[in-house]
Ligand binder design. Sequence first.
Ligand code: ATP
Ligand code: MG
Length: 253
Amino acid sequence: MEPLIKVRDLYKIFNIGLNAVPALNGVSFDIYKGEFIAIVGTSGSGKSTCLNMLAGLEAPSKGIIQIANKRIDRMNEAQLVAFRRQNVGFIFQSYNLIPSMNALENVAMPLMFRGVDYKERTKAAKHYMELMGIGDQCLHMPNQMSGGQQQRVGIARALVIDPKIIFADEPTGNLDSHTTDDVLTLMKKIVSEEHRTLIMVTHDPHIASWADRQIRVVDGHVVETVINNESPIEMEILKENGEPPFCEVKKAD
Ligand SMILES: Nc1ncnc2c1ncn2[C@@H]1O[C@H](COP(=O)(O)OP(=O)(O)OP(=O)(O)O)[C@@H](O)[C@H]1O
Ligand SMILES: [Mg+2]
């Protein structure tokens, strides 16, 4: 069983004027197809930086990111755009829906960039709206929907291109606790039933406990990885590989 994502000794240093801000200090881990991973840590620990590099949105300062046998860290901007369009769905904390488009048009939009014709992309968008339990809200504008409904639109939009990997940065950060549980239930269902790989960033240990496995980041280092042994995917990885998923744990400075 080969990992879908291999990260080795990954660094990100931001330069602000004469100051070098180290955001990620050499992290290494593997993620397998079908896993629901939580990258967890306090504010400023480097979670979003890590996620953005995995999604090809930000270039690493140093290190290796290999996804489906392709070296993301070596790609130029044009290759990254193609990689993202083909493989990556992104769910944002603030939904990022286009206010002048209705829910269905928002969900269908990524397919427009792919050149899919109107009829086909509308059909696909409708399918994912229904999967998210908001099939009756296709014509609603974002400002006519609750936070939880808008985030379901956001998830449907991430799924519509049939991505290998879904990245989510604090996807429930703007939701109340009841709606948070609903959205997490949906996300977990998608991972298990549709065999997706989901990588979610959160600062909240309760939300992180929904994942199959947690990767804890402190000051740009991975300090701990926690496996939920009841998760079938983790048991399968253990059985196949004879050991838990690789995750180099370093003590924070
Ligand atoms: N574009 C940037 N330019 C300069 N410094 C940055 C930039 N993005 C992040 N940083 C710095 O890198 C460190 C890690 O930031 P990051 O956004 O990854 O943290 P985070 O764990 O996602 O925090 P939060 O939970 O608050 O979102 C912080 O010290 C931050 O100030
Ligand atoms: Mg963040």
